[in-house]
Design a protein around this ligand. Structure first.
Ligand code: ADP
Ligand code: MG
Length: 449
């Protein structure tokens, strides 16, 4: 195991044993800087963290290391910035922009897996390292470590890539295992048509024969009770036989509206890992790795320009690169900064990237599975009151709308009511991590809609 992977394996186990808050506090920005002759050097961001890890978690950490690798005799802690954890493989055959479509044809009919997605070309940074570590562990021991594995995060941040990497790795590691990747919408269609054709038992039995079932974008099962019911049965059957279930969603289980309680609690019963946003350095690293894979070089200024302007979506980072790559192919030389700016201008300035009233209302009501008119109603039901307050808060925060203006939009409410709502959300944001997550996800919808 290379040191990055080793540390991720250790982190994945530690995370199981301590609270999320402690984990985030003490293990953020740690890494392995050196591993030789049985000695591991773990870097920590400051002396406080160093002492804490040494004194409080030292024994546990050592034990986990030792279990993973019996050669390890000693773990030392130092203060120092850990390098970005990037796993590079020079030999990936990801080719020019034009070949992408061609690769789509290689999707395996049985498993629905696309060989383009692998751990080798999945870049790891602090924004996704836990999700990655958990996925990695699952690919080594399907059904035995985290079951189910539930990965959530916003659009274009690598959920599908990670899930498919796990599937591809399982097939590589265990050639006899049956893996199936299925987008939730396709699963729903399957349920509906097999009910219609009186084949639901056959449909379910086929799923029950699978060893690793990967269900992507499970938020699309929201409100589809019959599909949820069938999935619940399949889930239980697989789970009881220690078969691995991997699920992704754009939000955590508790934030999926109209999900039956029993399914929600199943989802929460295993490991939940989130993917957040890559920071600037990671975005640069992603861009560099992607152009390296394609054997192309763009200036640092250009990469900086892209990374500054695209912050929340890896697919869009790729899109920007592809535009420049096309230019390079046609002109046989890379663009300079000015040309790059003009090539990318339309991407960054696209009206999609700006928040407006309509998008905010739409994103909030979609996220909470409400009709827009419910948001403006006078209902005092909890399911409506909170989203309404969030909508007001976002109108204020993102558009700087005046309180009276917002009040008028919401059924002529008094501006003091609006102030109260906004302040309530601001206060809650201070100590409710889930609300933070939810609002992040909503913003992401607003800006990517
Ligand atoms: P999601 O399913 O979360 O919407 P995808 O998995 O489809 O996102 O990722 C969008 C694009 O970004 C894909 O082309 C994927 O290969 C790429 N991508 C996402 N995360 C990473 C990563 N960590 N390393 C390399 N490429 C990534
Ligand atoms: Mg996806």
């Amino acid at each position: 195991m290379v040191k990055e992977e080793l540390w991720q394996a250790v982190l994945a186990q530690i995370q199981l044993n301590i609270s999320q808050a402690n984990f985030a506090t003490w293990f953020k920005d740690t890494g392995i800087t050196d591993y030789k002759e049985g000695q591991i050097i773990v870097s920590t961001p400051n002396s406080f963290a160093k002492e804490w890890l040494e004194n409080k978690y030292g024994k546990t950490i050592f034990k986990i290391f030792y279990n993973l690798d019996k050669e390890i005799k000693e773990v030392k802690y130092v203060v120092g910035k850990s390098e970005l954890k990037i796993i590079r493989k020079p030999s990936v055959s990801v080719s020019g922009a034009g070949q992408l479509e061609f690769e789509e044809f290689k999707i395996d009919k049985e498993t629905n897996l696309n060989p383009r997605y692998s751990f080798e070309n999945f870049i790891v940074g602090s924004f996704n390292e836990l999700a990655h570590a958990a996925g990695w562990q699952v690919s080594k021991k399907p059904g035995l470590v985290y079951n189910p594995l539930f990965i959530y995060g916003g659009v274009g941040l690598g959920k599908t890539h990670l899930l498919q990497s796990v599937g591809n790795a399982v097939i590589k590691n265990f050639s006899q295992k049956k893996v199936k990747y299925i987008p939730s919408e396709k699963f729903t269609t399957g349920v509906v048509s097999s009910i219609k054709n009186h084949e639901i038992e056959r449909f379910k039995n086929a799923y029950k024969a699978i060893d690793v079932l990967i269900l992507d974008d499970v938020q699309f099962l929201a409100g589809k009770e019959k599909t949820q019911e069938e999935f619940f049965h399949i889930f239980n059957a697989l789970y009881e036989e220690n078969k691995q279930i991997i699920i992704s969603s754009d939000r955590p289980p508790k934030a999926i509206p109209a999900l039956t309680e029993r399914l929600r609690s199943r989802f929460e019963g295993g490991m939940i890992g989130d993917i957040s946003y890559p920071d600037y350095e990671t975005r640069i690293a992603i861009l560099k790795t992607k152009i390296q894979e394609k054997g192309i070089n763009f200036s640092d200024e250009i990469l900086d320009y892209i990374a500054v302007n695209i912050q929340r979506n890896i697919r869009e980072l790729e899109g920007a690169l592809n535009r420049l790559i096309t230019y390079e192919k046609i002109n046989n030389q890379p663009p300079d900064l000015e040309i790059a700016k003009s090539l990318l201008k339309t991407l960054f300035l696209s009206p999609n990237k700006v928040a407006n009233y309509k998008k905010i209302i739409q994103a909030v009501s979609e996220f909470y599975d409400l009709k827009e008119k419910d948001l403006f109603s006078i209902s005092r039901k909890k399911e409506v009151v909170k989203p309404r307050q969030i909508a007001m808060f976002l109108l204020r925060e993102l558009l700087k709308s005046s309180y009276p203006f917002i009040g008028k939009k919401f059924n002529g409410k008094d501006h003091t009511t609006v102030i109260y709502s906004c302040e309530k959300i601001i206060k809650e944001l201070k100590n409710n991590e889930n609300l933070n997550d939810e609002i992040d996800l909503i913003k992401q919808r607003i800006f990517s809609a």
